[in-house]
Ligand binder design. Structure first.
Ligand code: PDD
Length: 277
């Protein structure tokens, strides 16, 4: 893959980082993943805006506009037409103290572009089975930080269960989101999804989906889905940058609706495909 590391274009394998980087010591870093369709970054402004908001949340003195420019250059210089862009910005290299250094170090800035093929082309047609796990993450899941160990553990447990994703429940059995996806239900023709807050990532695909629902004249309520609601749902699906839209037809041993890919999610998958054309 082609990278831009601290402003210099190079093969990804040549990018090197110090062990005193605060990302290595503390996980003090923000990331973004976006898609490239037809050689163009998808929902680019939304991803850059979220990156900027995350810099502000962590008082990270990096310039999202400069990074955006480097992303455009790296995508253009690469041979990738269908792929992903990974962006990671850390607070930089500094002696190990917990608080942010008084004199801010220079942020370490990584961008790389890689080929990516939709892994769910077949599963999307028939729907997936997922498991439910306790949400073990911290209380600021709105921050897109690289501290993803709880997400990795959930993804691994799902993988071992033969599932593409795990849905995370809080202490009150509310379904918050997936380990790397946003969650939506459909009941009586209306879409339900958890409201934004500090317990959830404000997904860029979630935002697009709300827009697509509007264009399809499907009503949407920001209301959290409870575990007990699952038998009453007609449809369930997850969204994310790499997942796009994936119908869920079974949660553990609970069949959702009639167990087939429903009309609302089908309509949204078609609408999503139209936006990337
Ligand atoms: N997933 N929730 C979590 C916990 C995530 O990590 C992600 C992103 C999402 C979906 O957000 P978006 O639509 O902005 O990708 C929700 C990784 C980055 C992915 O899908 O590749």
């Amino acid at each position: 893959p082609l990278a831009n590391w601290n402003g210099t274009q190079m093969p990804l394998s040549e990018a090197k980082v110090s062990v005193l980087d605060r990302a290595f010591l503390f996980g003090d870093a923000i990331y973004e993943v976006l898609r490239v369709y037809g050689g163009k970054p998808f929902l680019f402004d939304d991803h850059i805006a979220r990156l900027k908001r995350n810099f502000e949340k962590l008082q990270l003195p990096a310039d999202a506009d400069i990074i955006a420019q480097r992303v455009r250059e790296t995508v253009a210089a690469s041979d990738v037409t269908e792929g992903t862009v990974y962006i990671q910005v850390t607070r930089g290299v500094a002696p190990r103290i917990h608080r942010y250094p008084t004199t801010p170090p220079t942020p370490s800035e990584l961008i790389y572009v890689a080929h990516f093929k939709d892994p769910y082309q077949e599963l999307r047609k028939v729907g997936a089975r997922v498991i439910i796990l306790e949400d073990l993450r911290w209380k600021r899941c709105d921050i897109k930080s690289v501290n993803l160990l709880a997400n990795c553990m959930a993804a691994q447990t799902a993988y071992e269960a033969g599932c593409p994703e795990a849905l995370l429940v809080d202490g009150e059995d509310r379904l918050i989101e997936g380990s790397r996806t946003s969650l939506f239900g459909v009941r009586d023709g209306r879409i339900l999804t958890a409201p934004l807050g500090q317990n959830i990532l404000p997904g860029i695909t979630r935002k697009l989906l709300i827009q697509l629902a509007g264009e399809c004249n499907v009503e949407i309520s920001e209301a959290t889905i409870h575990r007990d609601d699952l038998p009453k749902l007609d449809e369930l699906f997850i969204t994310g940058t790499t997942t796009e839209i994936l119908p869920i037809t079974q949660v553990e041993d609970q069949t959702i609706g009639d167990g087939t890919v429903g009309p609302v999610v089908s309509q949204l998958i078609t609408a999503y495909a139209r936006t990337i054309e």
